[in-house]
Design a protein around this ligand. Structure first.
Ligand SMILES: [Zn+2]
Length: 369
């Protein structure tokens, strides 16, 4: 018996071969098999979690692979919007730039804010240049069963995937539009004493140290599934969908900063300040870059300024979400007034590595300045 392979077999193999330098070969083989599936419904508006299950890979590895495949023209990315009233899924959005602050459901007419972490989910289809699907690939009952079984991957999860931000820097929200994120954890860092470092060590030597610290921060944020939103001088702002990952990243940054300081031959010690908050924010496009605004961002920045090195500082809201993770660390809790915020906020100082250097009186002294 002669077995005729469909013509797309070759096209898929060839298209995927472009990923071989960036993706592990075993995973790539499984990906080729998956894209060659006889069940076309699996590769039309595919749920990334279902794909992860097929590839026996974790969600983050799978998302990276899918985003790389979009970049190489193998897949198409969709920003599907689910209506909170009728649960119908609107599939018309190809780019993030097609989304608007308000969404009108084409099925029931309901108008609702386009919350990028609750109503927007990402899905992937095979690009029609690689494999053309028949009309039967579009089966909404099938997709809704898949979503129920695996859960969805929100639009915000993709916005906080570093690979996505690196490969699609131009992918953004249209001017004058903003998307709401109901819950995000924002992390700010700053490097204290870098001015003195430049003065004493000279530009080249000081920059090399500052750069080492940046590379470490970028790596930690990526490892914990977050994304760098921007750098401002010696500071970074990062966003995480998972609050536990954000706090793990903060702890890891301080631990690695200690190691970095131990490696320095110079008498200088770099002091990293880290602060975090959790809550809602709006996502907008500013200077062709996706940026986050709102009270959560303001509070996280303020809280960061209270950090004194070898500690992480967080709001009570975030502490409530992560207290189990932090139970082994020495901490100080205090209700304080933050500049520009109209009511007192409970803040937690968590000591990382060594016992808290700061006593209450020291903190009060710093706050009164
Ligand atoms: Zn609806």
């Amino acid at each position: 018996m002669i077995f005729f392979r469909p013509s797309y077999f070759r096209a898929i193999k060839q298209a995927v071969s472009g990923l071989k330098d960036q993706v592990e070969s075993n995973l790539l083989e499984k990906f080729v098999d998956f894209l060659q599936t006889p069940d076309e419904r699996l590769i039309y508006h595919a749920n990334p979690r279902m794909v992860a299950n097929h590839l026996s890979a974790d969600e983050r590895t799978t998302l990276r692979l899918l985003v790389l495949a979009v970049y190489h023209g193998i897949l198409t990315l969709h920003w599907d919007v689910q209506c909170p009233a009728c649960s119908g899924v609107d599939q018309q959005f190809i780019g993030l730039g097609d989304l608007r602050s308000q969404h009108t459901c084409p099925l029931c007419g309901h108008i609702h804010p386009t919350n990028v972490d609750t109503e927007v989910r990402v899905a992937f289809s095979i690009d029609e240049r690689v494999r053309r699907l028949s009309i039967s690939a579009d089966d909404s009952d099938f997709r809704s069963r898949i979503d129920q079984r695996y859960g969805i991957v929100s639009g915000h999860a993709l916005l906080t995937l570093q690979t996505f931000r690196d490969l699609f820097p131009k992918e953004g929200i249209p001017p004058r539009e903003s998307l709401i994120i109901r819950q995000v954890t924002i992390l700010f860092t700053d490097l204290a004493g870098s001015t003195e470092l430049y003065a004493r060590q000279g530009d080249t030597q000081a920059y090399s140290l500052v750069n080492q610290h940046f590379q470490m921060l970028f790596q930690v944020v990526d490892q914990q599934g977050g994304a760098i939103i921007k750098t401002i001088g010696d500071a970074i702002m990062a966003a995480f969908t998972n609050p536990l990952n954000a706090v793990k990243a903060a702890l890891s940054m301080q631990q690695q900063m200690t190691t970095l300081n131990q490696q320095l031959t110079a008498p200088e010690v770099l002091t990293l300040k880290v602060g975090l908050d959790i809550g809602a924010c709006v996502c907008v496009n500013l200077n062709s870059q996706m940026d986050y605004f709102g009270m959560t961002v303001n509070r996280a920045a303020r809280v960061q300024s209270l950090s004194q090195g070898e500690d992480i500082v967080l709001t009570d809201a975030l502490w409530m979400e992560t207290q189990e993770l932090l139970s082994g660390y020495a901490q100080i809790q205090e209700e304080i007034d933050l500049k520009g915020i109209d009511h007192p906020v409970v803040i937690h100082w968590i000591a990382v590595g060594s016992p808290l250097r700061n006593s209450r009186s020291l903190i009060s002294h710093q706050l009164s300045q």
